[in-house]
Design a protein around this ligand. Structure first.
Ligand code: NDP
Length: 428
C-alpha cells in the first residue's frame, strides 16, 4: 500500500512540510496587536489644516506662518474607557488625537472634547483611567471617580455626542507658543465644530448603543464618502507670562479653564476632513500620538499631568507597536528625519543609516542647539507654582464647577438631564 502525500492545495494528509498552511495558521493567531489600554474604540480620517489668521506674533512655528498655508492631517477620535468593540454612543470623554504632517516634522494635538481633566496629579492617572474600566472582581464597569468639574462635563449631555462631526476639542493643558529669542506666550487651544455641538440625551444614546453601536464610525465615513466634509475652527487663548504670575488660577492645573471673558478666543485656522482611511489597521490602529511630538515654535509647560503624558504616550506606543513604531508609514514625518542614534531593534524597516556613526555629537552631522531658555525670574515663579501644587481637593475646585452649573442652566432641560443621570454614575 502506498501513502499519498500532497500539499494543502492538493488534498491528502497534512504534514509539517505543508508550510503554506502552517504560515497561514500562524499568521492568523498573531494578526492582532495589543489593544490600546485606553482610547481603543476610534474613528479616523485624513484632511487638512489651513491657516486662516496670522499668529506669527505669537509663535515661530512654520506651519502656522502665512494665511492660506495648508498642512495634511490625520484625526483619530475615540472613547476612553470602553473596549474596541464597544458602542460609539457610550457616555465618555472623547479623545481628539490629531497629527499634523508639517514640513518641519510631526505636530500632535492630543486633546479631549471637554476643556478640563479629572485630576491634576499624574500619580493618579492610571487609577482615574482604571476607574472608567472594569472592576477586577466583577468584570463590570466601575465608577468611583473624582474631579467634580470634569465629571460635570461628562455627565452633562455633552458626554453623549451625536457624532464626531458635532463635538469640540480642547487642549486642556496650558502649552507655550515660542519664538527663537526665548520669548513665549502661554496658550490654550480650542477646536470648535462648524457643524455645531449636538448631543444625545442619555436615553437616546442608550437606545442607539443597541441599535447601531457604530453610529459615529458610520456617520463620519458616509459624510466624507458623500463629499460632505466636516470642518472645525481653531482658536487660541493667549496669556502673557507676566499675567500668569498674578492670575487667580494656577495655569498648570488641568482641572481649570481660563474664562473666555479673561482670555478671549483668537481664531487662527480651519480643519477639514476629506478622506477616509484606505486601511483601518495601517492608518488608524498603527498611528501613535504623543503630546511630546512638537515642532519648533510650540512647547510644553510645567503642568505635571502634561509632563507625565509626554512620557506615557510614547511608552504605550513602544509596548503596543514596538520600539520602531515611528518608522511605520502612518507615523513617518513628511520631512527628512536624521536620528542615526535611533536605529536597529525589532522591525527596523527603514534601513539603518548605512555607515553613519551611531552616536550623538558626531562631527559628521552635529546636533542643532534648541531655543534659548525663558527669562530666569519667570522660571523661579514657575518652580514655586509647581511646588504649591496639591492633589488634595480644595474649595477652589468647586468654583468653576459651579460656573458650569450656571452654563447648563442657560439651555432648557440641561440641568434636569444632569440630575437624572448623576445618581446612576454608570458610564457604559
Ligand atoms: P462662558 O460663560 O463665557 O461660556 C460658557 C462656555 O461653555 C461656552 O462658550 C461653551 O463653550 C460652553 N458651553 C455652553 N453650553 C454648554 C453645555 N450645554 N455643555 C457644555 N459646555 C457648554 O464661559 P467661561 O469661560 O466663563 O466658563 C464658564 C464655564 O463654562 C466653565 O466653568 C466651564 O466649565 C465651561 N466651559 C468653559 C470653557 C472655556 O474654555 N472657558 C470651554 C467649555 C466650557 P464652547 O463654545 O467651547 O462649547
Amino acid at each position: 500500500m502506498s501513502l499519498q502525500v500532497r500539499n494543502s492545495t492538493g488534498g491528502g494528509f497534512v504534514l509539517l512540510q505543508d508550510t503554506q498552511l502552517i504560515e497561514t495558521l500562524a499568521h492568523f493567531a498573531r494578526e492582532r496587536i495589543p489593544e490600546r489600554v485606553v482610547h481603543a474604540k476610534a474613528v479616523g480620517a485624513f484632511g487638512e489644516f489651513e491657516v486662516t489668521h496670522d499668529i506669527s506674533d505669537l509663535t515661530s512655528a512654520k506651519f502656522l506662518k502665512g494665511v492660506g498655508k495648508k498642512t495634511p492631517v490625520l484625526l483619530r477620535v475615540s472613547t476612553v474607557g470602553p473596549e474596541s468593540g464597544s458602542a460609539d454612543t457610550a457616555r465618555d470623554v472623547r479623545g481628539w488625537a490629531m497629527k499634523l504632517f508639517t514640513k518641519d516634522g510631526n505636530q500632535d494635538f492630543v486633546f479631549n472634547d471637554i476643556p478640563v481633566f479629572f485630576i491634576r496629579d499624574p500619580i493618579k492617572f492610571p487609577s482615574v483611567n482604571r476607574s472608567h474600566k472594569r472592576h477586577p472582581r466583577t468584570h463590570l464597569p466601575d465608577s468611583t471617580m473624582e474631579g467634580i468639574h470634569a465629571l460635570m462635563h461628562l455627565f452633562s449631555d455633552r458626554g453623549t455626542p451625536v457624532s464626531i462631526r458635532n463635538l469640540n476639542a480642547y487642549s486642556g493643558h496650558t502649552y507655550k507658543f515660542t519664538k527663537p529669542d526665548g520669548s513665549f506666550k502661554y496658550v490654550k487651544i480650542h477646536i470648535k465644530s462648524d457643524q455645531g455641538v449636538k448631543s444625545h440625551t442619555a436615553s437616546e444614546a442608550t437606545k442607539l448603543a443597541g441599535e447601531n453601536p457604530n453610529s459615529h464610525t458610520e456617520d463620519l465615513f458616509n459624510a466624507i464618502e458623500n463629499g460632505d466634509y466636516p470642518t472645525w475652527t481653531l482658536y487660541v487663548q493667549v496669556m502673557d507670562p507676566k499675567d500668569a504670575e498674578t492670575y487667580r488660577w494656577n495655569i498648570f492645573d488641568v482641572t481649570k479653564i481660563w474664562p473666555h471673558a479673561d482670555y478671549p478666543l483668537r481664531p487662527f485656522g480651519k480643519l477639514t476632513l476629506n478622506k477616509n482611511p484606505t486601511n483601518y489597521f495601517t492608518d488608524v490602529e498603527c498611528v501613535a500620538f504623543s503630546p511630546s511630538t512638537m515642532v519648533s515654535g510650540i512647547g510644553p509647560t510645567a503642568d505635571p499631568m502634561l509632563q507625565a503624558r509626554m512620557f506615557s504616550y510614547p511608552d504605550a506606543a513602544r509596548y503596543r507597536l514596538g520600539t520602531n513604531y515611528q518608522q511605520l508609514p502612518v507615523n513617518t514625518p513628511l520631512s527628512h528625519v536624521y536620528s542615526p542614534f535611533q536605529r536597529g531593534g525589532f522591525a527596523s524597516v527603514k534601513g539603518s543609516y548605512s555607515s553613519d556613526p551611531n552616536y550623538v555629537h558626531s562631527t559628521f552631522k552635529p546636533l542643532k542647539a534648541g531655543p534659548k531658555q525663558a527669562a530666569f525670574e519667570h522660571e523661579i515663579w514657575t518652580k514655586a507654582r509647581v511646588e504649591e501644587y496639591t492633589s488634595e481637593v480644595t474649595d477652589e475646585d468647586f468654583v468653576q464647577a459651579r460656573w458650569f452649573w450656571d452654563v447648563l442652566g442657560k439651555e432648557e432641560g440641561q440641568q434636569e438631564h444632569f440630575i437624572r443621570i448623576w445618581p446612576l454614575r454608570s458610564l457604559y
